[in-house]
Write a protein that binds this ligand. Structure first.
Ligand SMILES: Nc1c(NC[C@H](O)[C@H](O)[C@H](O)CO)[nH]c(=O)[nH]c1=O
Ligand SMILES: CC(=O)[C@@H](O)COP(=O)(O)O
Length: 139
């Protein structure tokens, strides 16, 4: 059993609940334990994972959030920089799954967050587990 931390940006609370249930279900189905912490927005997720990793309490991480395009370039910053930060952590050897949805509207988010539809939360949890398993195998 590995210990996973879910780092959740609760910018869109109701949609996040569905994403979170998919993440939790996938971790539990694989027999792993999990805790969660919240941050204000997706831009804070990579930094929060880096801080958590310094504690050496966790074996892997799942980033959860929703970024919906607005009227300005801010969407590109939040979507791109949060993904870039997570990729940098992954390249440093952390097992991180990315469930930060980057969508045009709430309807797209709803379909992707719902565990009964696209289940992007479950998909990201499985990706984090796969990286954790690979690291164990190669160690
Ligand atoms: N617009 C969205 C944000 N924006 C907030 C940033 O993530 C960040 O918290 C702020 O710039 C302070 O550093 N966050 C989301 O998660 N989703 C959005 O759609
Ligand atoms: C994705 C965003 O950051 C968005 O909520 C910002 O909206 P706007 O570009 O209209 O300020």
């Amino acid at each position: 059993m590995a210990r996973f931390l879910i780092v959740e940006a609760r910018y869109y609370e109701k949609l996040n609940d569905k994403l979170m249930s998919g993440v939790r279900a996938a971790l539990e189905a694989a027999g792993h334990s999990h805790e969660s912490v919240t941050v204000p927005g997706a831009l804070e997720i990579p930094g929060a994972i880096a801080l958590a990793d310094e504690t050496e309490r966790y074996d892997g991480y799942v980033a959860v959030g929703i970024v919906i395009r607005g009227e300005t370039y801010h969407f590109e910053i939040v979507a791109g920089e949060s993904a870039r930060g997570i990729m940098a952590l992954t390249m440093d050897g952390l097992a991180v799954g990315n469930a930060i949805l980057t969508v045009e509207n709430e309807e797209q988010a709803e379909v992707r967050a719902d565990p009964k539809q696209k289940d992007k939360g479950g998909e990201a949890a499985k990706a984090a587990i796969a990286l954790y398993d690979l690291r164990q195998r190669l160690a």
